[in-house]
Design a protein around this ligand. Structure first.
Ligand code: FAD
Length: 479
C-alpha cells in the first residue's frame, strides 16, 4: 500500500491507537464542516502527549510530510481540512483533552489543546467561574482550534476574543521544539509575546498542545431581553445607549433580521412569540456576578429609554429561565435553519461600529441590483461590528455551483464595500483554504510581507498546514 512505510513509522513512534488509516474512519477528518471541500489524507495521527506531538513533527519533517492540525473540524473556511494531494497528514488533538487545572484564586484554566470548549466551560462553572468564550459549535470545537482561529462568539462585546483570554501557551514548532509557556501571568513584559503568534495562525506556525485561559467570576444574575427594532434603527447608537445605561454590564448584543428569525423558528416545536420589527431584532443580555444588583430593574429602565428613543418598537424582558433559553435558541438555531433551507453563502463581515449602518445600506442596494429576488439572512455579533451577511441558496438550486457563482461576483462587491469602510472580509472565521485569495486581494502589502516573514521564520519548509493563510517566502528572496 502507498505510504505504508510512513504509516508504520508513525505507528512505531506513537503506538497502534494513535494512527488511523482506515479510509472510512478517516473520512470525517477530510471534509470541512460546511461540506464545501473534501481533501485527502493517508492517515490521521492522534497523539496523547506533547512529547508525542514533538516526535510526530520531527519524523514528518524528516519524511517531508505536511501536517494539518485539527481540533473539532468546525472551521468555516476549510482551515482544518487537508488539501487534495493526499500527502498531508491530519494531526487530531482529540486524545489530548485533559483539564489540567482550574485555579480559582488566579482565575485560570490550564488545559490540553484538545479539550472541548464546553467541557472547559463546565469545569470552570463547577468552580464558580466563567470561561467567557461561547459559540454555537462549543460542544464540538476544541481549545486548540479556538486559539488557531482566534474564535469570537457571543460575549466578545464584554470579554473580547480568544486573544484576550489567553495567558499561557504550550506549542510544538515545526522542528519539534516545544514552547513551554503555561504561566498564569497577566503581566509579563519579557520580550516578544510569543503565545499571541499562535492565536489566529490557523495551524500554520505551530501545533498548540496546551493553554492557560483567563476566567471571570460566574454571573449569578442575568437579564435577557428581545428588542423589536423600528425601521432604520441606528444599531451602533442603540448599542451605545444600552452600554451607557446598563453601567456597561452588557454581555450580548446580537442582531437578527426577520428572515433569519423565521429560518430559526420554522423548525421549533414551540417557537417563542418573539419576532422582528421593520428594522429587525436584537437579543440583549446583561450579566452580573453579584447578587446585590437588580438586573431586571436595570434592564427595564434601559428598555424604557430605548423605546423612548424611537429606535425600538417593542421590547420583552425574559421572565424565566425557559423564556431566556427560548430567546437564545432562536439566535443559535439560525445557522441550522440556513442549512435546512439549502444552505447559504456566508459573508463574515466586520466594519467599525460607526460604519455598520452605512454597510447595511450599501450592501442592501448592491444585492438588489445584483438580483432583486435574492434572499438574505443577516445576523451577527453587532456589538463587535460583526455581521453574518449571508445569501440564501434558492431551493432546487445546486448549493455548490450557486456558491461559486456568488463568490465570483456578488461576494467581491460586498467585500469591496467592507474594505471601503475600513472593514474586513473575515471577522472571526479566519482565512483557511477558502479565503487566501481574498487575503491577497484585500490585505495590506506591508502586513502580508510581515506575515510571510513570520511564517518563514516559524516554518521555513512549509510543513504546517501548507496551503492555508499564507505561503512562506522563497529562500532566494530572504536577505
Ligand atoms: C454552528 C457554528 C457556530 C460557530 N460560531 C462561531 C462564532 O460565533 N465565532 C467564531 O469565531 N467561530 C464560530 N464558528 C467557527 C468555529 O467553530 C470556530 O472557528 C472554532 O474556534 C474552531 O474550533 P475547532 O476546534 O473546530 O477547530 P478546527 O476547525 O479543527 O481548526 C480550525 C483551525 O485551527 C487550526 N488548529 C486546530 N487545532 C489546532 C492546534 N491544536 N494547534 C494549532 N492549530 C490548530 C486548524 O489547523 C485550523 O486552521 C462556528 C462554527 C459552527 C459550526
Amino acid at each position: 500500500m502507498f505510504y505504508s512505510v510512513q504509516i508504520q513509522a508513525f505507528r512505531d513512534l506513537i503506538g497502534q491507537t494513535g494512527v488511523v488509516d482506515d479510509p472510512e474512519r478517516i473520512a470525517t477528518y477530510t471534509t470541512d464542516q460546511r461540506q464545501l471541500f473534501t481533501g485527502s489524507t493517508f492517515a490521521v495521527l492522534k497523539p496523547a502527549t506533547t512529547g508525542q506531538v514533538a516526535d510526530i513533527v520531527k519524523l514528518a519533517a524528516r519524511l517531508g510530510i505536511g501536517l494539518v492540525p485539527q481540533g473539532g473540524n468546525t472551521s468555516y473556511c476549510g482551515g482544518a481540512t487537508p488539501d487534495a494531494t493526499g500527502s498531508q497528514i491530519v494531526v487530531s488533538l482529540e486524545r489530548m483533552n485533559r483539564i489540567r487545572e482550574i485555579d480559582p484564586v488566579s482565575m485560570t484554566a490550564s488545559v490540553d489543546a484538545g479539550a472541548i470548549l464546553k467541557s472547559v466551560q463546565d469545569a470552570a462553572a463547577a468552580a464558580g467561574l466563567l470561561l467567557p468564550l461561547s459559540l454555537g459549535a462549543e460542544g464540538s470545537c476544541r481549545i486548540g482550534g479556538n486559539i488557531g482561529t482566534n474564535a469570537g462568539g457571543l460575549s466578545v462585546v464584554k470579554y473580547g476574543m480568544t486573544r484576550d483570554l489567553i495567558l499561557g501557551v504550550e506549542a510544538v514548532l515545526s522542528d519539534g521544539t516545544v514552547v513551554s509557556d503555561m504561566r498564569k501571568l497577566r503581566k509579563n513584559n519579557t520580550g516578544y509575546d510569543v503565545k499571541q503568534c499562535f492565536v489566529g495562525s490557523e495551524g500554520t506556525l505551530g501545533i498548540v498542545t496546551g493553554a492557560v485561559l483567563r476566567l471571570a467570576p460566574f454571573p449569578v444574575r442575568r437579564a435577557t431581553a428581545w428588542l423589536k427594532l423600528a425601521a432604520g434603527t441606528p444599531l451602533a447608537e442603540l448599542l451605545a445607549l444600552v452600554r451607557r445605561q446598563s453601567a456597561d454590564l452588557l454581555t450580548t448584543f446580537e442582531f437578527m433580521t426577520a428572515t433569519s428569525i423565521a429560518l430559526a423558528t420554522d423548525a421549533m416545536i414551540n417557537p417563542p412569540s418573539v419576532g422582528a420589527g421593520p428594522g429587525g431584532a436584537v437579543l440583549v443580555e446583561l450579566a452580573s456576578s453579584s447578587d446585590h444588583l437588580d438586573l431586571d430593574g436595570l434592564m427595564e429602565a434601559v428598555l424604557a429609554e430605548a423605546v423612548e428613543s424611537g429606535w425600538v418598537d417593542d421590547a420583552y424582558l425574559a421572565q424565566s429561565g425557559s423564556q431566556r433559553a427560548a430567546m437564545w435558541e432562536v439566535r443559535e438555531s439560525i445557522p441550522e435553519g440556513e442549512k435546512r433551507r439549502n444552505g447559504s453563502v456566508k459573508h463574515d463581515i466586520s466594519v467599525p461600529l460607526s460604519a455598520i449602518q452605512r454597510f447595511l445600506g450599501l450592501a442592501g442596494s448592491t444585492v438588489r441590483n445584483y438580483a432583486a429576488d435574492l434572499e438574505l439572512s443577516v445576523y451577527g455579533h453587532v456589538g463587535d461590528g460583526n455581521l453574518h451577511y449571508n445569501v440564501l441558496v434558492p431551493s432546487g438550486v445546486d448549493r455548490i455551483e450557486f456558491g461559486r457563482e456568488i463568490e465570483r461576483s456578488l461576494s467581491l462587491q460586498l467585500y469591496d464595500i467592507a474594505a471601503s469602510l475600513e472593514g474586513t472580509f473575515s471577522a472571526e472565521h479566519g482565512v483557511g483554504r477558502f479565503k487566501r485569495h481574498l487575503l491577497e486581494k484585500y490585505g495590506d502589502a506591508g502586513r502580508l510581507a510581515a506575515m510571510r516573514r513570520i511564517k518563514t521564520a516559524f516554518d521555513p519548509s512549509n510543513l504546517l498546514n501548507a496551503g492555508a493563510v499564507v505561503y512562506p517566502l522563497e529562500p532566494s528572496s530572504i536577505r
